[in-house]
Ligand binder design. Structure first.
Ligand code: NI
Length: 183
């Protein structure tokens, strides 16, 4: 396992569409291991392969620290089959370090994907899980959350006391895909 460099906003690769994975090779497995290692090192909750410079439709998510029961999961070629509801909250991204912004997302998703053995899987979830899946699937289309932000993009404040709009505290949610701690 090895840490990978996380690409940040302004890097043109982040605007490219990632390609479907057609087979799992040793390199793919190594990539997935490295993505988890990089995710944990950066205190994130989700990471897509494009963020480490690989245009493959692979996403890793670990929400276990948010009191979620979900195990860490790798999603290959994820497709959001259904989404509904609405939630507004602060999001962050390891590719946009030190920033956060309010984004409205579906509150419930059903996502189909392949696991590491290329078996079809489906997960369904609400809240932060739905937010995270939407955020990561956007990465695979070359989209960043900053284009969806309502209002200003804010600097992450360790105290979280600059959020006064009554939606949620950036320190609580940050869901996105990164943890405010890293700011
Ligand atoms: Ni992100």
């Amino acid at each position: 396992m090895a840490l990978r460099e996380v690409r940040t906003i302004g890097d043109p690769i982040l605007e490219k569409r990632s390609r479907e994975v057609t087979q799992i090779t040793d390199r793919t497995r190594e990539l997935i291991d490295d993505m988890f290692e990089t995710l944990y090192e950066q205190n994130g909750v989700g990471l897509s392969a494009v963020q480490v410079g690989v245009l493959k439709r692979i996403v890793v998510i670990d929400l276990s620290e948010d009191g979620n029961e979900q195990e860490p999961v790798v999603m290959i070629n994820p497709v959001i089959r259904e989404s509904d509801g609405e939630q507004s909250g602060y999001e962050g991204c390891l590719s946009v370090p030190g920033k956060t912004g309010k984004v409205t997302r579906p509150d419930h998703v059903i996502v189909d994907f392949l696991d590491e053995d290329m078996n079809s899987q489906t997960l369904e979830g609400e809240g932060i899980f739905a937010r995270c899946v939407c955020h990561e699937c956007d990465h695979l289309e070359g989209k960043l959350y900053v284009d969806l932000v309502e209002g200003p993009l804010r600097d992450v404040d360790a105290e979280g006391d600059d959020a006064d709009d009554g939606t949620s505290d950036p320190d609580d949610i940050i869901s996105g895909m990164n943890d405010t701690d890293q700011g």
